[in-house]
Each structure stands twice: as structure tokens, then as C-alpha cells.
Design a protein around this ligand. Structure first.
Ligand code: ZN
Length: 200
């Protein structure tokens, strides 16, 4: 039997192959694995995939992923709402949150300004950040952006936009090697970077 001619199986393989890191062989292995599993297992997988698409929205305040808007951090009375940690992606937020050292709240930019990739400030949530600051109640904005060329450029841009506001703008210390990514940094490295932030 040539599996290439079974349409539904081919469609599953093609769909799996579109996932990052999944090549032809892996897609085939996964497809056959799913085929062998009971229907309940396949249904749970399909439902879990649909749930993340249907239930997760972006927090209207910080843009982090959440099932309840505003998110838990933005709603929390135990967090310092006057200290905003600006990160590039939700995964950076999760890396910082995992340290347990952040007592403030967040703002997710959803990327960084990358002129070479055609990403301008208007494609990010920078305007919303400025509006948050304009709204008052924020005393410190920590630019926890990755120490890359684009991250540095984005930090400079935001810093210039915040110049006229009565808000302290800081950046975590360069405990992280240049070019390293927040999400891969060890907790120890993050801790020294978080505690040693400098005023810009
Ligand atoms: Zn939020």
C-alpha cells in the first residue's frame, strides 16, 4: 500500500510538516503514530490545538497571552503597577516571570524594530506603551529587550519617546552576553541582570 495515495494521511503529513523543526520523516512518523492511537487521543490533540487558537487573546493592557482580559498580572494587586518591564515577546516575559524576581508588570512589544526585515515602530505595541505612560501612575519603565542590534535600536527609540515624560527609564545590566537571547539565559544570569539595572 502506498501511503502517498491515502488523501487524509497525506494531508496530515503535510500539515505536520509545516511545523517548525518537523521534516518529511518526522511528519510521517507522527502521522502514523496518530493513526495508531485511539480516536480519543487524536481528538484531545485536535481540541488542544483549537483551544489555543480560540481561547487565548492578547491582554488589552500589556499584550501578553491570556484567557482572561486583562491578564492575571495586570489585574494583580500584589504587583507593582508603577514598574513596567518592556519585553519583545511573550516568551521573554515568561523567562523573566520564571525567575520570580519581577514585582512589576509587563508590556509586550510583539517584536522589535527591525528595519532590515521591514518592521517599523508602528508594527509594534509602542504606541500603546506610550499611552500607558501618558495615562499616569507609572514611575519606571525597564527596557528588558534582547541585547541585539535590533533590540538596542528599539530601546533607543522608546527611550527617546519617553524623554518628555516624568518616568525613570532603565535597562537591565549587561550580565547577558551581547547577542544572547533572554529566553535562553539562565536564571542566575537573569537575576544579576534584573538586579543591576541602570538608568538610561
Ligand atoms: Zn496584562
Amino acid at each position: 500500500m502506498n501511503s502517498e495515495h491515502i488523501e487524509s494521511l497525506t494531508r496530515l503529513k503535510e500539515a505536520l510538516q509545516k511545523l517548525p523543526g518537523i521534516g518529511v520523516r518526522s511528519a510521517e512518523r507522527l502521522a502514523f503514530h496518530i493513526l495508531r492511537e485511539p480516536r480519543t487521543v487524536a481528538a484531545a490533540l485536535a481540541q488542544a490545538i483549537l483551544d489555543v487558537k480560540d481561547k487565548i487573546v492578547h491582554c488589552s493592557i500589556c499584550y501578553h497571552m491570556t484567557e482572561a482580559d486583562p491578564c492575571e498580572v495586570c489585574r494583580s494587586t500584589n504587583r507593582n503597577q508603577a514598574e513596567v518591564w518592556v519585553v519583545e515577546q511573550p516568551k521573554d516575559l515568561m523567562a523573566l516571570e520564571a525567575t520570580g524576581l519581577i514585582h512589576g508588570v509587563y508590556h509586550v512589544l510583539m517584536g522589535n524594530v527591525a528595519p532590515m526585515d521591514g518592521v517599523g515602530p508602528e508594527d509594534l505595541t509602542i504606541d500603546a506603551l506610550i499611552e500607558r505612560v501618558r495615562g499616569g501612575g507609572i514611575r519606571e519603565v525597564v527596557l528588558a529587550l534582547n541585547p541585539t542590534l535590533d533590540g538596542d535600536g528599539t530601546a533607543l527609540h522608546i527611550q527617546s519617546l519617553l524623554r518628555d515624560f516624568d518616568v525613570k527609564v532603565t535597562r537591565p545590566a549587561r550580565g547577558l552576553a551581547v547577542g544572547s537571547q533572554l529566553e535562553y539565559a539562565s536564571v542566575g544570569m537573569l537575576e544579576s541582570a534584573i538586579k543591576g539595572r541602570t538608568k538610561l
